[in-house]
Ligand binder design. Structure first.
Ligand code: NAD
Length: 447
């Protein structure tokens, strides 16, 4: 049994300068979730301590010349959480709230994510504290290149491989790849994934996370013996992941999406867009900008009802899909969820706090935990690295077929664990992943 109590968790993490209260500090949440699994697996204290802290962290500042001639200094992060199973792997966020605890939590969840889909990679994550919406294209490029100059010696195809995440895309990956290759003086396409196709990207990567979300919803509905064509869904966030999940939920599962919420950068608030007879996600994507903000006026003209940004959570639907950011379902807001909801598909990382998780569990809602639900992106990022290594590229249908197989296999291993041990899905997913990482550390002789 573990000797580390939840209280000790809070104290030791706060010595490392937490930037959010304990209830919503993503890193403390990630540690609490891990502690529960470690207790059940009865891992020794050395293994436990190795699993609850990042192996390496890089925190830095870098200067960027802005269009008006000023120099602005940006704060950047890159964390290698655990690389026992292979090179660290995880996305890069450009976000005004980015901080070390968020990056640590996301890097921890990447470790469990690559383990749950059983690909030979570890977990990492990075980011820059900035608001890309307020940067010109030239400034965004200089931020991307400045970040890469700082992390170039910390990453590499066999060390740590970044990818897109919130407010970063294939263009940002292209600038970063170019900067890295300029520093190294040779081509190294496997250093970053989520690249444009012509720079060694994989067919099917942009939509992979959303497709994986929908495969896991399909499997959950099957397990619950619910006909997907009779289901309705509500989603928060309409960016890379949300758009793809919406399209595939409607097209592949025949479900009806009735509302979507997103952040409005002009009004600095969130809105929810309702269409009771079913949203056409392809049309909605057409009136959405590159930051995932839906054009309110066009939506109203097209017959959408616009409500406040919280309304997605209380919608009377069968499937709830948070696809935005952390802490969107807390102990305070979980009670807003309609009794009709049967499945919570965590497309976003860390959308549910432990307090809310407890209530969802008591209510019998089938939670597809984040690091299982959104593992489709890293699965295809791994395929991208494999294709880069061979310099031989697969057709999209092959990528999607392998993605479906990988997600289905991962879902079933978690579901089986949940049923065999009679534990809830998040804990089952932790048990599957943590056991795999712990076993590898033991084989390496670390613990
Ligand atoms: P994105 O930047 O493309 O989209 C984010 C969306 O969230 C936008 O529509 C934005 O308007 C919305 N949003 C932000 N704050 C909101 C709020 N308060 N209320 C409502 N909507 C809000 O980001 P993404 O790549 O789609 O990532 C979304 C989530 O999925 C994140 O948690 C990310 O870590 C996770 N994820 C992404 C990938 C990937 O491949 N991109 C892979 C795995 C997990």
């Amino acid at each position: 049994m573990s000797s580390v109590t939840p209280q000790a968790t809070a104290v030791s993490a706060s010595e490392n300068r937490p930037e959010a209260p304990a209830e919503t500090n993503p890193f403390l949440i990630a540690q609490r979730q891990l502690d529960e699994a470690v207790d059940i697996l009865e891992l020794d204290n050395g293994t436990h301590q190795m699993l609850r802290w990042p192996m390496r962290e890089l925190k830095f500042v870098f200067p960027v010349r802005m269009d008006d001639g000023r120099v602005e200094v940006f704060h950047g992060f890159r964390v290698h959480y655990n690389d026992a199973r292979g090179p660290a792997k995880g996305g890069l966020r450009f976000h005004p709230h980015e901080n070390i605890d968020t990056v640590r939590a996301l890097a921890a969840w990447m470790t469990w994510k690559t383990a749950v889909v059983d690909i030979p990679l570890g977990g990492g994550k990075g980011g820059v504290n900035c608001n890309p919406k307020e940067l010109s294209r030239g400034e965004l490029e200089r931020v991307s290149r400045g970040y890469m100059r700082r992390v170039a010696d910390f990453i590499g195809p066999d060390i740590d491989v970044p990818a897109p995440d919130v407010y970063t895309d294939s263009q940002v990956m292209a600038w970063m790849l170019d900067e890295y290759e300029t520093i190294r003086g040779r081509h190294v396409p496997g250093v970053i994934t989520g690249k444009p196709l012509v720079l060694g990207g994989s067919a099917g990567r942009p939509e992979a996370t959303g497709i994986g979300v929908v495969v896991s919803i399909r499997e959950a509905l099957k397990a619950l013996q619910i006909d997907s064509t009779q289901t309705t869904a509500s989603m928060q966030g309409f960016g890379n992941v949300g758009q793809s999940a919406a399209i595939h939920f409607v097209n592949d599962l025949g479900g009806k999406l009735i509302c979507v919420s997103c952040w409005d950068h002009e009004d600095k608030t969130a809105y929810t867009f309702f269409k009771r007879d079913g949203i056409d996600p392809v049309y909605l994507r057409r009136i959405t900008d590159s930051f995932g903000s839906i054009d309110k006026n066009k939506a109203v003209q097209a017959g959408y009802e616009v409500r406040d940004g919280e309304a997605w959570r209380s919608a009377e639907v069968d499937v709830l899909i948070p696809a935005a950011l952390e802490n969107m379902i807390t102990g305070h807001t979980v009670h807003q969820i309609s009794p009709r909801v049967k499945v919570l598909a965590e497309a976003a990382n860390g959308p549910t706090t432990p307090e809310a998780d407890k209530v969802l569990h008591e209510r019998g809602i089938f939670v597809i935990p984040d690091f299982l639900c959104n593992a489709g992106g890293v699965t295809v990022s791994y395929f991208e690295q494999v294709q880069n290594a061979y310099n031989f590229y697969w057709p999209e249908n092959e990528v999607h077929q392998r993605l479906d197989q990988g997600m289905t296999r991962a879902f079933r291993s978690v579901h089986e664990m949940a049923q065999n041990l009679n534990v809830y899905n998040r804990l089952a997913a932790y048990l599957v992943s943590v056991e795999r990482v712990a076993k590898t550390m033991k084989l390496r002789g670390w613990v």
